[in-house]
Design a protein around this ligand. Structure first.
Ligand code: NDP
Length: 247
């Protein structure tokens, strides 16, 4: 596991938006950030799941979160701008942006991928993170040392047969991360990095490997150290890096 032990108050006073916060790794990330003192903005498409995470955070006595129901497949530029306006009014800044939500999509030979499936997946996995990041830049600049984290994958670092548009979308995110990181280098205090979580016990992993014993892989809560490291002040100056949640 990534070797980092977060101080209990690591994220005190920070505002962190997590996409796909209702389930899997995003849910664990939101709860873990809140447990370390952050006010989290829970963005996702299924309101009931976001509400359950909200209730869990509130019941634990962590800072009050905010809920943002948004379907990244259909969200338009205005939705992102409206969200930025709301966050400005409520918090005045954004210290962390975790691009976690993603679709797995069809896993088959590229010949067999339907164009509409390709486009749907690119919309959620690539176009939405671009549009959301763009809208959030003024808020990120308003924070003293903001951190943007893109969720990658092993197949986003080395292509593999039958991983289709999912693999290509993760390569695109690595590219987005690198270009954005280079632009911020020396021009702002924003750092931008990617994380490959590795095999993790979630619905997406189950869909990708239906025959696998789920217990073989760690729970999302077990892979949080790398996320806490990147979102807290200990990673100041770390920029443009492709990290792994596990060794
Ligand atoms: P899950 O499928 O378990 O969770 C994905 C989350 O994204 C869900 O909350 C889902 O919402 C949300 N989401 C999906 N589509 C949209 C949309 N259109 N709009 C808004 N939210 C949406 O995935 P994981 O937790 O496993 O994966 C999290 C990240 O980690 C992904 O980027 C994935 O590619 C990456 N990853 C995961 C690995 C693993 O082994 N689990 C390995 C490598 C990378 P809803 O709950 O409503 O469905």
């Amino acid at each position: 596991m990534f070797d980092y032990r977060a101080a209990a108050d690591l994220l005190q006073g920070r505002v962190i938006l997590v996409t796909g916060a209702g389930d899997g790794i995003g849910r664990a990330c939101a709860i873990s950030c809140a447990a370390h003192g952050a006010s989290v903005v829970l963005l996702g498409r299924t309101l009931s799941k976001l509400e359950a995470v909200y209730d869990e955070i509130e019941a634990a006595g962590y800072p009050q979160p905010a809920i943002c129901p948004l379907n990244l497949e259909t969200a338009a530029e205005k939705d992102y701008d409206d969200l930025a306006d709301q966050l400005f009014d409520t918090f005045g800044k954004l210290d962390g942006l975790v691009h976690n939500a993603a679709l797995l999509g069809p896993r088959t030979m590229l010949d067999n991928v339907k164009n509409e499936d390709w486009q749907q997946l690119m919309q959620v996995n690539v176009n939405a993170p671009f549009a959301l990041t763009k809208a959030m830049m003024p808020l990120l600049r308003a924070a003293p040392d903001a951190s943007v984290v893109f969720l990658s994958s092993s197949v986003g670092r080395k292509g593999r047969a039958y991983w289709g548009p999912y693999a290509v979308s993760k390569f695109a995110l690595e590219g987005l991360m690198q270009v954005l990181a280079d632009e911020q280098d020396g021009t702002s205090e924003i750092r931008v990095n990617s994380v490959n979580p590795g095999a993790t016990r979630t619905a997406m992993r189950k869909a990708a490997y239906p025959a696998e014993e789920p217990e073989k892989n760690p729970e999302p809560s077990e892979i949080m150290p790398v996320f806490l490291y990147l979102l807290g002040a200990d990673s100041k100056g770390v920029n443009g890096q492709a990290l792994n949640a596990r060794d």
